[in-house]
Design a protein around this ligand. Structure first.
Ligand code: ATP
Length: 363
């Protein structure tokens, strides 16, 4: 396996920057997810690494070689696509054997490698079938197998699970993660699904508008998002973001709502908002860090319930707070109704504060 380094990678289409100065290192054996909304540049970045499209500027290093000008077949990579791209007329065995026949490997080696890959992916019993005789999950495993037999330095995967139904997607998610662990493979994996990235990857590269926003372990990105885009993209339900103003009341720094209430800040949070460019900041809070009360408690603020979604063991509530919608989760023992007035208490150690002008996290 190999390390992959992207240095100031740029891809333009006319005046559009599909990828803008993307720099990151995928360590040997690491599973990295490129994640972001539609059009953010993740497929472009993957295709640049694969050599399927030419770069505008920058460098791509795989192992110890700069591969900028190499054909895809010479980059020592294997791709797995969303649509599997299997040969419909060939059996599973022939599909797996094909890339090896192209390399003119001896027949005995081909049979051994196909048998090994089939064993890893648990498709040995399917080797004589044609793709149309397989389920979606089985086809995806064959597509993985075809990448595996090539024994590449890097696996590149573009939304490989998006054609599967929800249940199978969750199952294949675990299988690909297992595949990575067993083989210690270097994998770059494109997905628009932040949950896939969070659950599978060692690191996630969150992209927006062609720019890399944050590149870190999922737990770190979740706990410490660098800006409002990352904060709202990662996590479900999304982090609530409430625009407020900083002011002083009775010697304390408070966040003031246009609705007339004040939320006193802890000393640490008061220091953070002192670094804002103006008195306009955005309070960020994840659903699990907001407590809902039916009556007022100290340092709680008033909100009006909008929707209530019981899911069994957790009830998700949306409420209006200072003109913004906030997501809250409750145990089912607390029952609230739409339009009810409630009081919200924020865990000061776990709230996030952003500069309203730059949208960057205040630290
Ligand atoms: P999706 O999840 O929808 O596939 P993505 O994050 O993979 O999105 P890209 O396909 O990388 O996004 O596209 C990034 C940007 O580059 C988009 O604005 C897209 O419209 C533009 N783009 C991509 N390919 C081309 C092309 N061949 N010609 C012109 N613009 C392109």
């Amino acid at each position: 396996m190999a390390q992959v380094v992207l240095k100031d990678l740029v891809k333009t289409y006319g005046s559009i920057f599909a990828a803008k100065d993307v720099s990151l290192t995928v360590d040997d054996g690491e599973f990295v997810a490129l994640v972001g909304p539609s059009g953010c540049g993740k497929t472009t970045t993957l295709n640049l690494v694969a050599g399927l499209i030419p770069i505008t500027s920058g460098d791509i290093v795989i192992g110890d070689r700069v591969v900028n000008d190499l054909d895809p077949k010479d980059r020592d990579i294997a791709m797995v696509f969303q649509n599997y791209a299997l040969y419909p007329q060939k059996t599973v065995f022939q599909n797996l054997a094909f890339p090896l026949q192209m390399r003119k490997l001896p027949r005995a080696d081909i049979e051994r490698k196909v048998a090994e890959a089939a064993k890893v992916l648990d498709i040995t019993h399917l080797l004589e079938r044609k793709p149309r005789e397989l389920s979606g999950g089985q086809q995806q495993r064959v597509a993985l197998g075809r990448a595996l037999v090539r024994d590449p330095a890097v696996f590149l995967m573009d939304e490989p699970l998006s054609n599967l139904d929800a249940k199978l997607r969750v199952q294949m998610r675990s299988e690909i993660k297992r595949f990575h662990q067993d083989l210690n493979a270097t994998i770059i994996y494109v997905t628009h699904d932040q949950l896939e990235a969070v659950t599978m990857a060692d690191k996630m590269a969150v992209m927006n508008g062609g720019l890399l926003q944050q590149y870190d372990a999922p737990a770190k990105v979740f706990a410490d998002p660098v800006n409002m885009f990352v904060a709202s993209f990662v996590g479900s339900p999304a982090m609530s973001l409430v625009p407020l103003e900083v002011s002083a009341r009775d010697g304390r720094t408070v966040l003031t709502s246009s609705e007339g209430w004040n939320l006193p800040l802890s000393d640490l949070n008061a220091r953070k908002v002192a670094g804002a460019q103006s008195n306009r900041v955005v309070l960020g809070a994840r659903h699990s860090t907001i407590r809902l009360h039916k009556t007022q408690v100290a340092d709680s603020v008033p909100a009006r319930v909008y929707t209530v979604e019981p899911t069994g063991d957790i009830t998700f509530v949306q409420a209006f707070l200072s003109g913004a919608i906030v997501n809250i989760s409750l145990p089912p023992s607390i029952v609230v109704a739409p339009d009810e007035m409630v009081w919200l208490e924020f865990d000061q150690e776990r709230i996030h504060l952003f500069d309203a002008e730059s949208e960057q996290a205040l630290r």
